[in-house]
Write a new protein. Structure first.
Ligand SMILES: [Zn+2]
Length: 444
């Protein structure tokens, strides 16, 4: 008999962990953190994991974690485990994989080929933390066998190239973890395809992300982001395609000012397009070396211009087009677009004028203290601020459409501040649904 249990992530955006268990095996997906894991120094003891569990920011999952260095908690560690165990990751965002560092070396972890590649690259440029667990790549439509559980990943679309939905099957349960998905990206057909496949598969349980059900009025929020003349009439959510149109307009409209672009380093599909849009608009995109290094690994046929002040010689000669210094940018600001990450904000100090385009880069939003600091610095430096970031998450109607297509026996909302709102919408649309309870064991 199969059971499944949600360990965390019902009322948070991210930090989702579901366990599927038989007498012989258990599978977990995903394995992220819904909070930044760095605790203030005075709260730090030996174990970061123990602290997170104590403040209820991470679930106390028995026989899975490294607990040897725990001082207060009595939690059985992985060495007591007797079941075949594996962890599957839908995509490489911290809220879905940031807790991998807490797994011991005996645990097998599966990610898509693109996500695994991205992980190694980010580790090389200091944007990821090392892990002890064993990392493996899964391929779409290929079954990974864990004891008597099989997991098959299906390509999806999210603002990370390697995003997949995960289909988990046992003798008596077919459960899908949707992962994060959207229709406003580069390949909405992938999302539709896995939903269709799920319908044919006769899914028992669909765990579906409900990010866009977290806020009272998502449309008005979206419109605030688009508060400029070019997209005034836009009513639909911003798509990746619309972003490129908007950037083209901005890059061409301001002939003398420096434009700053701050995207998320994990969104390689978007940033390679922005490089092209800059070029087509008569500007040169100048990258920090870490970004260029990650981009070059995914797009080896291309060359990138790098900001000299960030260059350490990591990028290969064949991928390096040229180096451009801050002084050159100051001399001819209208010729360039500078990608700028938060840690290098001081580079912008002496320009006196410019436009800063925040496009899902870090700090991601105002829940991060650094976001306010960023705005203060830009104000001080004389930069106008513009937020232009297509969401990685499906709109409300699209979530319902996917749920209706799948028509699972039960569709469970999670990954939302208001899962009850999604539950209500599902029910109103004739989709069988219940609100899951944290830690409760359900039968397949
Ligand atoms: Zn997420």
């Amino acid at each position: 008999m199969t059971t499944y249990r949600i360990w965390s992530g019902i009322t948070t955006i991210g930090g989702n962990i579901v366990e599927v268990r038989t007498e012989k095996a258990r599978v977990y997906c995903d394995f992220g953190l819904s909070v930044a894991s760095d605790l203030p120094e005075d709260e730090q003891t030996q174990s970061e994991l123990e602290n997170l569990i104590l403040i209820q920011a991470f679930p106390a999952i028995p026989e899975l974690l490294e607990t040897d260095d725990f001082e207060k908690l009595d939690l059985p560690g992985f060495h007591l485990n007797t079941l075949k165990t594996a962890v599957f990751i839908s995509h490489l965002h911290l809220d879905h994989m940031g807790a991998l560092k807490f797994l011991p070396k005996e645990v097998d972890v599966y990610l898509s080929e693109d996500s695994l590649k991205l992980y190694h690259l980010l580790l090389e440029v200091g944007e990821e933390e090392p892990v002890k667990c064993q990392l493996h790549a899964y391929k779409p439509n290929e079954k990974v066998v864990v004891g008597d559980i099989t997991v098959e990943a299906q390509e999806s679309d999210h603002d990370e190239k390697g995003a997949h939905a995960l289909f988990i099957q046992t003798e008596d349960l077919k459960l899908i973890h949707s992962g994060d998905f959207r229709f406003n990206g580069y390949k909405p057909e992938k999302v539709k395809a896995w939903a269709e496949k799920a319908r044919m598969w006769e899914t028992d349980v669909l765990l579906i992300e409900g990010t866009s059900y977290s806020f009272d009025d998502v449309e008005s929020e979206q419109m605030e982001l688009l508060d400029n003349e070019f997209v005034e009439e836009v009513e639909a959510p911003l798509t990746e395609e619309m972003l490129l149109d908007e950037l083209t307009y901005l890059f061409r409209a301001n002939e003398t000012e420096l434009l700053i672009y701050n995207p998320y380093i994990r969104n390689v599909e978007r940033i390679v397009q922005v490089d092209k849009v800059a070029k087509d608009s008569g500007r040169t995109m100048v990258w920090e070396e870490a970004y260029a290094y990650v981009l070059a690994a995914f797009y080896p046929e291309k060359q990138f211009t790098v900001l000299e002040e960030t260059f350490n010689g990591k990028l290969s000669d064949s991928a390096l087009k040229e180096l451009v210094s801050l002084d050159q940018l100051k001399e001819e600001p209208g010729k360039y677009v500078l990608q700028s990450s938060y840690k290098n904000i001081a580079f912008l100090e002496d320009f006196g004028i410019g436009i800063y385009i925040h496009s899902n880069g870090e700090p991601l939003g105002d829940y991060d203290l650094r976001y306010g600091l960023l705005l203060d610095s830009l104000d001080e430096y004389g930069f106008d601020f513009l937020s232009l970031g297509p969401s990685g998450h499906a709109g409300r109607d699209d979530i319902i459409e996917v749920a209706k297509t799948v028509s699972a026996k039960n569709t469970l909302p999670w990954h939302s501040f208001k899962p009850e709102a999604l539950h209500k919408a599902l029910t109103e649309n004739g989709v069988q649904s219940f609100l899951p309870e944290l830690g409760k064991e359900y039968r397949g």
